[in-house]
Design a binder for this molecule. Structure first.
Ligand SMILES: Nc1ncnc2c1ncn2[C@@H]1O[C@H](COP(=O)(O)OP(=O)(O)OP(=O)(O)O)[C@@H](O)[C@H]1O
Ligand SMILES: [Mg+2]
Length: 323
């Protein structure tokens, strides 16, 4: 085998090399440099190197603008050779840049999460005190005293705030899954049970469909139940005061599918790609965490969640692997 020449080696390395005459006119660029600058050798030949990399010499990270005003982050080392010629070593650091940005974003989110869950935690203690006091007051007030409605209202709002904080904790610090063998039908039945009263109040019928045999899966039943409750509550809220929710369990051998269909008003097209975002809500009293928590739980189970919607109703579909 022939020994490669220096030039062949320079052509093959993944680092960009650009050479210029004493007068600064570029006379050579290797493949990696052309790729990084998205340019061909003809268009770079004879170009003044100072117009591309103004501050020579040195080593630094910078953003260069190439054709179509596209910006690329690069690491550049510029050398003044003893012969008076100039050399530039250039590396595209787009990926590193991207990763750095991601890390910074995650870092910020993590500290924000920590701060807010700290505050949320501190709110819960005085809240418990307020509730106990309100309950004592409630017992002191006579059955027919008109002030009883005020106190009940206070207690109700405290409960709502408490629930909000609990949701928030789930979101800020999701607990680890406790996977075990469970009966899929039982999880659905338990979830339906939890929203039965709410449905009844709104004259909403919940109809369940199950396969004739027992369907087992390995999952965290409490978490799956939480997902179903979120979806049922959304369904009930989408319908106002009358309607029907159909929930169906389908056994797909390797996986299971749970569909929840409501006869509500549907999800408007312009918000369809946002409903899984944390804190996205269209409800006056909504927090906007229900679906984002659900999404995360299903993903933690290596499952998937999707929906179909029209002005006559919405169907949420959850797929979960059995193992
Ligand atoms: N079945 C549904 N029918 C119509 N719109 C829905 C349905 N489910 C969700 N949405 C829309 O998606 C939004 C986000 O739902 P999500 O459950 O995440 O938050 P939320 O219900 O508004 O508040 P939270 O669940 O935290 O109390 C809702 O505000 C609503 O606009
Ligand atoms: Mg919700």
């Amino acid at each position: 085998m022939d020994t490669p020449t220096l030039l062949q080696i320079i052509e093959a390395i993944p680092v960009g090399v650009i050479l210029a005459h004493k007068d600064g006119k570029i006379n050579y660029a290797n493949k990696a440099a052309l790729k990084c600058l998205k340019i061909n050798i003809k268009s770079i030949h004879g170009v003044d190197i100072m117009s591309l990399f103004p501050s020579l010499p040195g080593k630094r990270e910078t953003i260069i603008r190439i054709r179509d005003n596209q910006k690329i982050p690069v690491r550049v080392t510029t050398l003044q050779l003893p012969s008076g010629e100039k050399a530039i070593i250039i590396t595209d650091i787009t990926e590193i840049h991207q990763l750095q940005k991601e890390i910074l974003k995650m870092d910020r989110l993590a500290s924000l999460g920590e701060l807010t869950s700290g505050i949320a935690h501190e709110i819960r203690n005085p809240l418990a005190g307020i509730k106990t006091t309100a309950q004592a007051l409630n017992e002191d007030i006579g059955e027919y005293d008109h002030r009883k409605t005020y106190v009940s209202r206070i207690i109700m709002e405290i409960d709502r705030l408490n629930q909000l904080l609990l949701n928030f904790f789930d979101f800020a610090r999701p607990r680890a899954l406790k996977i075990r063998s469970c009966n899929a039908q039982k999880i659905i039945e338990d979830s339906v049970y939890m929203v039965k009263e709410k449905a009844k109040e709104n004259h909403i019928q919940i109809i369940e469909f199950y396969p004739p045999h027992k369907v087992e899966l390995k999952a965290d039943p409490d978490m799956i139940q939480q997902v179903l409750i979120n979806i049922f509550i959304n369904a009930i809220q989408a319908m106002g005061s009358r309607g029907k929710v159909e929930v169906q369990l389908i056994d797909k051998v390797e996986s299971i599918e749970i569909t929840v269909n409501d006869s509500g008003k549907g999800i408007p097209e312009n918000i369809r790609n946002r409903i899984f975002e944390p804190f996205f809500t269209t409800k006056a009293k909504g927090v906007g965490l229900g679906l984002s928590i659900s999404y995360r739980i299903i993903k933690m189970h290596a499952g998937n969640i999707s929906f179909d919607t029209s002005p006559s109703g919405t169907t949420f579909k959850i797929g979960l692997p059995k193992e």
